[in-house]
Design a binder for this molecule. Structure first.
Ligand SMILES: *Cc1c(COP(=O)(O)O)cnc(C)c1O
Length: 387
């Protein structure tokens, strides 16, 4: 029969315990989530700074809707680019100390767009092995050669770049190299060695592209993310995580911005983001810059969790909001997750193909909305459930 694969492939997922279904969330904030009429402590939220439902951001959304409308009514190159977008872009440029900034409908779209734009046939893209799906898809659909280096393995990256340099000595045109990584990695919460990446990219005249989806707001004195660590050529970040709205930005120099405006199909053929939301995003960023206590609280509560878990719990420690407890087996991980759910704790089991085989894990996210007693309860429950 035609389209047999639709049901056959889903059936196969069920047999491999990889079937996925959605949960309809009735209410949530960075601390609680209500699902199927049950209340849970929420440890699976990307609202790291606890800014969702913030009254000032809500008010800015309303004001933005009244001044600029809920809809951009066009793509940025037609009549969709408004004062709300421009003001937001300017604030981001100041925040990250970049000359230019463009807004995209989502982080997925921005990564795709940039990998395709930088993936000219004269280019070689070097991606960290654990790069987000949107980076990999974008790179593979580009005209560039793509190489993936082992996660955070700076020696292998150096080796690849040196080989490429020797290769291009014989050619008339040098290869354009782009190094692609993430400020904070989504599954383990560990950081790239950004200072070293910047040094390597300078040595080889490569461009450094960082996906700061999980660093923006959380890392850096005023939440500016990876730009706080070193000079990064191109920074992409989503508004959908710590910034608590929706959409994404790419901050870069004027030359690349102009190229994108002229050639990026994702930018040209997509409606500009809602100007009301752009206005709300601008407010959110100003709160992020000023309210340092939100970042400090994440750090304090993360330390508390690490100190309360018993020694045998395999927690990956790091400076972000994301803390992984690697269990390994998929079924065992799902069982632990279910036991925690019975105790009123909602966190996510991350399984292949999102992570490599036999590295299924619990992903705990700590937000600025959590309280000390929440972390104590979480640690006690995990200690009890994992022996
Ligand atoms: C969430 C995420 C994205 C996608 O951003 P959206 O705005 O949700 O599309 C891109 N990269 C990484 C690393 C992410 O975690």
């Amino acid at each position: 029969m035609a389209f047999d694969f639709l049901t056959a492939d889903v059936e196969q997922q069920k047999q491999r315990t990889r079937y996925r279904a959605r949960q309809c969330v009735a209410e949530q904030n960075g601390r609680h989530v209500k699902i199927n009429d049950e209340n849970y402590l929420n440890f699976s939220s990307n609202d790291y700074l606890g800014l969702n439902h913030h009254p000032e951001i809500n008010l800015a959304l309303l004001e933005g809707a009244q001044r600029f409308g809920t809809c951009a009514s066009g793509s940025s190159l037609i009549t969709g680019y408004s004062y709300a977008h421009q003001a937001l872009e300017n604030d981001i440029c100041d925040w990250l100390n970049k000359a230019n900034c463009l807004l995209f409908a989502s982080g997925f779209s921005a990564n795709n767009a940039l990998m395709q734009a930088l993936g000219h046939k004269s280019c070689q893209l070097y991606l960290d092995k654990l790069s987000h799906a949107s980076l990999i898809d974008g790179a593979l659909s580009s005209d560039a050669k793509v190489k993936r280096f082992l996660h955070n393995d700076m020696n292998q990256l150096q080796k690849f770049l040196t080989q490429c340099q020797q290769h291009s000595v014989d050619q008339v045109n040098a290869t354009n190299n782009v190094i692609v990584s993430e400020g904070v990695f989504s599954m383990d919460g560990d950081q790239a060695d950004v200072a070293n990446l910047a040094k390597i990219s300078q040595q080889h005249q490569a461009l450094l592209y960082l996906d700061d989806a999980h660093s923006i707001g959380v890392i850096g004195e005023s939440g500016e993310g990876s730009s706080s660590v070193a000079d990064v050529d191109i920074v992409m970040a989503t508004f959908g995580k710590s910034i608590a709205t929706s959409g994404a930005f790419v901050a870069c120099d004027n030359g690349l911005a102009e190229y994108l405006i002229n050639f990026s199909r994702h930018y040209i053929y997509s409606t500009a983001i809602s100007p009301a939301l752009a206005w709300a995003t601008k407010k959110s960023i100003s709160i992020i810059q000023n309210e340092h206590w939100r970042r400090e609280k994440i750090a304090e509560l993360s330390q508390l969790l690490a100190s309360k878990l018993t020694g045998n719990i395999p927690l990956l420690k790091n400076a972000s909001s994301i803390h992984a407890i690697v269990i390994g087996d998929e079924t065992a991980t799902l069982n632990v997750c279910q036991k925690l759910r019975n105790k009123g704790i909602w966190l996510t089991a991350i399984r292949p193909p999102t992570v490599p085989n036999n590295s299924s894990r619990l992903r705990v996210t700590i937000t600025a909305s959590h309280e000390v007693k929440d972390i104590n309860y979480l640690a006690n429950c995990i200690n009890e459930v994992i022996e």
